[in-house]
Design a binder for this molecule. Sequence first.
Ligand SMILES: Cc1cc2nc3c(=O)[nH]c(=O)nc-3n(C[C@H](O)[C@H](O)[C@H](O)COP(=O)(O)O)c2cc1C
Length: 406
Amino acid sequence: MDELKGKTIILGISGGIAAYKSAELIRLFKKEGAEVWVVMTKSAKEFVSPLTFETLSGNPVYSDMFLDSSIFNLQSSISMPHIDLAKRSDLFIVAPATANIIGKFANGIADDLLSTLYLSAISPVLIAPAMNNNMYANPVVQENIKRLKGFNINFVEPGFGELACGDKGEGRLAELDTILSKAKWLLAAKKDLSGKTVLVTAGPTHEAIDPVRVISNSSSGKMGYAVASAARRRGAEVILISGPTSLPVPSGVRFISIKSASDMRREILKEVKKADVIIMTAAVSDFTPENYSEKKIKKEDTEGITVKLKKNPDILSEITSKLRNTQSAIRNPIIVGFALETDGIIKNAKKKLREKNLDFIVANSINGFGSNQNKVTIIDKKGNLYDIPQMSKDGVAEIILDKIVK
Ligand SMILES: Cc1cc2nc3c(=O)[nH]c(=O)nc-3n(C[C@H](O)[C@H](O)[C@H](O)COP(=O)(O)O)c2cc1C
């Protein structure tokens, strides 16, 4: 595919150890036919010499906002780099992105060339953070990332593993191939879902025991949000019905927030007739407490409690039987279910696919819960199995949508 051919990429490099990896990234982008302009922060230059990037990109490297304009004019046609570079850019990537530059972007601080360029960029933005695991886990860093995601800024989540400082954890710059494929993904002009309505369910449900206690599960909602945002990017009208999560709502989707399985059922039944595609990623609780206490159950009043659970309605079966059996149904939507099992994953997923009359089922292991990555097998109704290698949930979302479009 030629997504990067003839495209101009502005590559921002900030001051972390992973700055040396940007050299290889430039090579990969150039190999795909892109033109690359590098902007370095002052700290980045402590790690790698601009000459390396200048040589690899074939373009001058920018770093200072207030250079003698005669030098600029001699070097290139660029006279105001913070504006001119932004105008040229098809994609603005920052890799590696330090905690500092992420914080500046999230708060509109423009005190150097890279942060000023970010504010004037009109192209899509892709950020690949890299830092020590404790820095990455710091709530303020997480809050800044969440804020930027809310502004529709794209991220390549860092990987887990050995860090330059010797620690182990989440914070390593994502694999360069992952950054490359996300860049291609952003530049792909694929609008193959335009005119279609895609209904996505995501997240866990909360089944209340009393006003403060719930039974739930550890679904993060990340898979469903990735599907919703990819479908939107591919031109679909998207309705996202989500249980409680801490994720920012993907921009451009119609968002319906629910708590319990019965809320989920009610909202799906309201929306389902509009959908051409239904993707049920939510981890809806199979059970709910038989009794709800209007008042908080006090520990002083009891030595212990027994919560009796009853089965929740099977929403997927209900909607498939409704939609498949309605002669007058305007649409016969493509319905995709998810199956999460601890054992017999494929066997159980196939059974669910058959019994619930689905078009596809996505079987995933418990390891994907809460993680940014997923390892899934997609099974279609003819029984064909597609083993997808472990990859980001954004990548998995694209592959699911590719199958649906096909
Ligand atoms: C040896 C060394 C390695 C560093 N690695 C990182 C890193 O990987 N990620 C990060 O966020 N900050 C890292 N820092 C801290 C940043 O360089 C520092 O916060 C700096 O102000 C970032 O500036 P910039 O965002 O303008 O590039 C490192 C500092 C040193 C001295």
